[in-house]
Design a protein around this ligand. Structure first.
Ligand SMILES: Nc1ncnc2c1ncn2[C@@H]1O[C@H](COP(=O)(O)OP(=O)(O)OP(=O)(O)O)[C@@H](O)[C@H]1O
Ligand SMILES: [Mg+2]
Length: 382
């Protein structure tokens, strides 16, 4: 299992300096008023795994306003390889994110995946089922990425090839055909691999969803809707690649006028249904949508635990506030049974009363973080 033992922030968003120690596995509660800095802490934790973090922000956005030195996040992490020091921050010269593992620079962010995997749920995700397909596609790709860091490279290569093809089709009346063919073959190859990875992952996630028996966080039926995914259900990948390349060739005229490409995995959507009601998620009530989403995130965490042998670090931003007392208690039970480190935030300390003897509490106020001086929780946390 991997979990943070301690965390330090330097010039990160609203924090000039902040430190949290004695974290341990299990539940960690950050409570405090709006704008205090709770989500910023979760975002800092999310940067200890590969990717663009829980807000999908650009690396310069994290720089604390008016602070000179570049931002940095450091953590002592307990892992299956023993305790490891992980660090990340802004390299002022390149304006890129640097990664340090036990004091040594790592070549790429993907090195972090060996130590930490993070799964999160934020209030922005509440609209996931009613938002545009793009958001759900990104959500699905992030879930796949948690297992397979190569997934992000595939997506980037596909999108780059598509962009270059669009430019060629739109800017040039007599485009270089050999170059077009090469770009389309790259789109076909990476696009098919991308769709296959989504499809295969969705089937595994469905099996994890099917194992859930919580009455409060209902089972979901999930599938990926997309032309390439559909073709993959009926033909081997190599054939699908050829068909996709052929389709691209056929749609050059149309794509020159409209931009992008008429078909491809950049148009796919993640379809989610409330299994017991057989109802599309976007038709469900707000509370049902939230419960479905929590159920999906928990299934994903269980899948990571089963396949990797250790649960991920869960970052649940303002999840407790949306649930009634019974559902909150059910959530805390599920989180405990998962057995990993879980970060929870909320404006009210009383939302976490049910876990007051089990969780570590921190009070966040005006960009200061203090361990809550509550005898009950200090006494009984082992
Ligand atoms: N780069 C930055 N430099 C300085 N302050 C920043 C930066 N980015 C964000 N902030 C500030 O950090 C503060 C805390 O934000 P955060 O989202 O962590 O609050 P929160 O405690 O989660 O609040 P809420 O309960 O409303 O969600 C905000 O006031 C925000 O304006
Ligand atoms: Mg917040």
């Amino acid at each position: 299992m991997s979990y943070l033992l301690s965390l330090k922030l330097h010039n990160f968003r609203c924090y000039e300096q902040a430190a949290l120690g004695d974290l341990g596995s299990g539940l960690i509660v950050l409570h405090g008023p709006n704008g205090a800095g709770k989500t910023n802490v979760l975002e800092a934790v999310s940067f200890l795994s590969p990717g663009r973090g829980l807000r999908g922000a650009k690396v310069m956005e994290m720089q604390c306003r008016d602070a000179g030195e570049p931002w940095a996040v450091a953590a002592q992490v307990e892992t299956k390889h023993g305790a490891v020091r992980l660090g990340t921050g802004l390299d002022a010269q390149t304006e890129k994110r640097t990664i340090r593992i036990n004091g040594e620079n790592a070549k790429s962010q993907s090195a972090l995946a060996d130590y930490v995997s993070c799964v999160w749920l934020t209030p922005q995700m509440d609209r996931l089922f009613i938002d545009a397909a793009r958001e759900r596609r990104r959500f699905l790709d992030r879930l796949v990425f948690a297992f397979d860091p190569g997934h992000s490279g595939r997506t980037t290569r596909y999108e780059n090839a598509m962009r270059q093809r669009s430019k060629l089709l739109q800017d040039d009346d007599t485009p270089d055909i050999a170059w077009l063919d090469a770009l389309e073959s790259q789109m076909a190859e990476t696009g098919t691999a991308l769709a296959a990875a989504r499809l295969e992952f969705t089937q595994r996630l469905q099996r994890a969803c099917d194992k859930s028996d919580s009455e409060f966080f209902p089972q979901a039926n999930i599938s990926v809707n997309g032309t390439i995914e559909e073709l993959l259900g009926n033909a081997p990948a190599l054939e699908v690649e050829e068909m996709f390349a052929y389709q691209l060739k056929q749609s050059r005229g149309q794509d020159a006028r409209a931009g992008g490409a008429v078909t491809g995995p950049h148009k796919s959507d993640l379809a989610v249904r409330y299994a017991a009601k057989d109802m599309a998620a976007d038709q469900c009530s707000t509370g049902e949508q939230k419960a479905l989403l929590i159920g999906l995130i928990l299934a994903h965490a269980r899948l990571i635990a089963a396949e990797r042998g250790a649960p991920p670090i869960l970052l649940l931003d303002e999840v407790a506030a949306h649930l009634d007392e019974t559902r909150r208690a059910a959530l805390y039970d599920l989180l405990e049974s998962l057995g990993g480190q879980v970060w929870l935030t909320g404006t009210e300390e009383k939302l976490f009363e049910a876990v007051q003897d089990k969780a570590r509490f921190f009070e966040v106020k005006d960009a200061q973080i203090k361990p809550a001086q509550r005898p009950a929780c200090l006494r009984s946390v082992s």
